[in-house]
Ligand binder design. Structure first.
Ligand SMILES: [Zn+2]
Length: 255
């Protein structure tokens, strides 16, 4: 049976839109999606009669967002979910070796200090490799910054000094991404999972689990529309995959 790693990138929707040049007002009292995720996970366990810890997710957390969701992260970590790094901020990867290592380390250490758990996994904010840097060099700098695995869309192979857990992709289409899963039928996603040859790594965003997002009145550009359309479906697909396959944290798979 396919082993599935459900992962959630923990970041703020409004901050992400600001990076895209789309400044939108955050409604007063807006909630993040992490509380919804936490209760959804506990509900799944109750339904299945599972012991806490049977299913574990990996949360790739943007460190400068972490203090704003400190209680939620502490609760998720206490329930056995893995905390990994999504960078100190959601910016672009530095292109210079030393600066990149410092940046990577900063993201990891900030989370370790806050949540008080070891952080061994990294996913870059855009799943990218620094501009102009060879993959082999990037992988070695990840190891130098203290990471033992990476989850993006690249694969160096057995020579990589960090384990590689690329997100599920079929025919070049990154079906493992929640952004794709909101646009294709759930059966397409579960079929892709069942055909995976290694761990099927799927990723979602923390704001997909009940965060306060703008209503359709806020759609004034294609960029905003792309980030809102179909989001309501993501949580449903996530639940279907979780109840069918369960989930193991990336840091705990043999690969
Ligand atoms: Zn992200």
């Amino acid at each position: 049976m396919t082993e599935v790693c459900l992962t959630v990138d923990v970041e703020d929707w409004y901050d992400g839109m600001a990076v895209l040049g789309q400044d939108l007002d955050r409604p007063a009292g807006a909630v993040t999606g992490l509380t919804g995720l936490d209760s959804l996970l506990r509900g799944e366990r109750a339904v299945e009669g599972q012991n806490p810890g049977t299913d574990a997710l990996t949360l790739f957390v943007v460190a400068d967002y972490a203090p704003r969701v400190a209680d939620e992260l502490a609760s998720l970590a206490a329930h056995g979910h893995e905390i990994a790094s999504h960078g100190p901020d959601h910016g672009h990867l530095p292109e210079e070796d030393g600066t990149l290592v410092d940046w990577l380390r900063m993201g990891r250490e900030a989370l370790e200090d806050q949540v008080q758990v070891p952080v061994s996994g990294f996913r870059s904010p855009r799943f990218d490799v620094p501009a102009g840097m060879e993959l082999v060099r990037y992988r070695s700098l990840l190891a130098e910054a203290g990471f033992s695995y990476v989850s993006d869309t690249q694969r160096l192979g057995p020579s990589s000094p960090v384990r590689e857990l690329p997100v599920l992709s079929v025919g070049g289409l990154p079906l493992g991404g929640g952004s794709y899963q909101r646009l294709v039928p759930a059966a397409v996603t579960t079929r892709a999972v069942s055909l995976a040859t290694g761990p099927a790594v799927l990723y979602y965003h923390s704001y997909d689990f009940g965060a306060t997002l703008p209503g359709t009145a806020a759609i004034r550009s294609v960029a905003v529309a792309k980030q809102l359309i179909g989001r309501g479906r993501v949580r449903k697909v996530f639940s279907q995959v979780l109840s069918r396959y369960g989930s193991r944290a990336c840091g705990h798979v043999e690969w």
